[in-house]
Design a protein around this ligand. Structure first.
Ligand SMILES: [Zn+2]
Length: 366
């Protein structure tokens, strides 16, 4: 297996199109054509993690946090990032990042993994992502309508929430006149043809649209396939930041914090008081989730669990819900489990390991 095969699988699982615009995901350091000897999964790439990969004969590291995030203008070893990049290159260790494209998944995402640990029910995306959906409308001879829909479905179109094979068809009359250079399957050159046509409309994730259009063209009903590709303003129910869900049993805040502390195994949690006597509906966003405080408030949660909050953020809820900071590392520590699990399942005969190194740079003095 080559590095690019691994990247390809990871991108099907967590599409880069679902990453945030500021992010840097995919193959960050290395050679796509290199042969993979083994994979080490980690939250962060540190010099110790690269040494761990080398010792375990893994020449690929799959990390959550990209080792190059801002720009890189020199490679002189002047700072930590530059030394890390040089070490990876000199050691022939290839590094792939699966970052906000993994955060933003409703299923298998970083926040949903935390939600599973807390056994949350009725989960949905906290801040659904916009501009990821499109409508494709294909115009075909009515006899081909079923084949067209099936081709579109098999290439990934037609899914809405828990429903697949969703489509809408309209019958109508189509006209066309092939010129001398055309090679029409139906009709004659320089003659107008009128034909009973069906338009088949399907919803598609924008990053899959090209594959769906190719699959429908491949059905082979016309030399030129007419279609509309319409980007939608609809938000995506399965892609976006954070998770909202409800606890199996409502808990007083201290008991909820205790449960949370047990899940993330941290020595300290920062939180605000709330006027709710019981915590039931919860929002979670692994990593830096301060920008979704308003989204959590709009969902009328009793607690919002995230990390990297600033002092003034804690004043925002004003008792309406408890704002809870469990720490960035703590909120995302399960990511290496998530990455290792999916890769071990996909490549069962391949060495896929999980880093044993705690990369948290933050220490607690208690
Ligand atoms: Zn993070």
């Amino acid at each position: 297996m080559q590095v690019k095969n691994l990247v390809q699988f990871l991108h099907q699982w967590a599409p880069p199109a679902h990453a945030e615009g500021y992010d840097n995901v995919g193959l960050i350091i290395g050679d796509a054509a290199a042969t993979v000897t083994g994979v080490l999964c980690t939250l962060d790439v540190t010099a110790e993690v690269i040494d761990e990969a080398i010792a375990a004969h893994c020449n690929v590291i799959v990390a959550h946090h990209p080792p190059i995030f801002l720009g890189l203008k020199q490679l002189t070893g002047a700072n930590y990032t530059q030394r890390l990049v040089a070490k990876a290159l000199l050691s022939n260790v290839h590094i792939i990042a699966v970052h906000t494209n993994l955060d933003n998944q409703l299923v298998n995402g970083v926040s949903s993994y935390l939600a599973q640990q807390l056994q949350l029910q009725h989960i949905q995306v906290l801040a659904p992502k916009a501009q990821t959906l499109a409508k494709l409308v294909f115009y075909c001879p009515s006899a081909f309508a079923t084949q067209v829909a099936e081709a579109a479905f098999s290439a990934g179109a037609g899914t809405i929430g828990n429903y697949s094979e969703c489509s809408f068809t309209i019958q109508g009359m189509g006209t066309f006149k092939p010129n001398q250079a055309a090679n029409p399957q139906i009709g004659e050159r320089e003659q107008t043809t009128q034909l009973q046509e069906t338009s088949v409309a399907v919803l598609v994730q924008q990053h899959l649209a090209a594959a769906v259009i190719a699959a429908v063209k491949n059905v082979g009903f016309y030399e030129e396939v007419a279609y509309d590709y319409i980007p939608l303003l609809n938000t995506n129910q399965t892609v976006g930041s954070g998770i909202v869900g409800t606890l199996q049993e409502p808990l007083p805040l201290p008991q909820f914090l205790e449960k949370l502390q047990g899940c993330v195994q941290t020595k300290a949690i920062k939180y605000t008081q709330t006027h709710h006597s019981l915590i039931s509906k919860i929002a979670i966003c692994g990593g830096s989730g301060a920008s979704f405080i308003a989204a959590a408030a709009a969902q009328q949660v009793q607690a919002y669990v995230t990390a990297d909050l600033k002092y003034h953020d804690y004043f925002i809820p004003d008792g309406a819900f408890s704002l809870i900071d469990i720490g960035h590392y703590e909120s995302e520590q399960f990511t290496s489990n998530l990455l290792a699990h999916v890769l071990q399942h996909k490549f069962p005969n391949f060495a896929v390991l999980k880093s044993k190194i705690n990369t948290n740079p933050v220490q607690y003095f208690v």
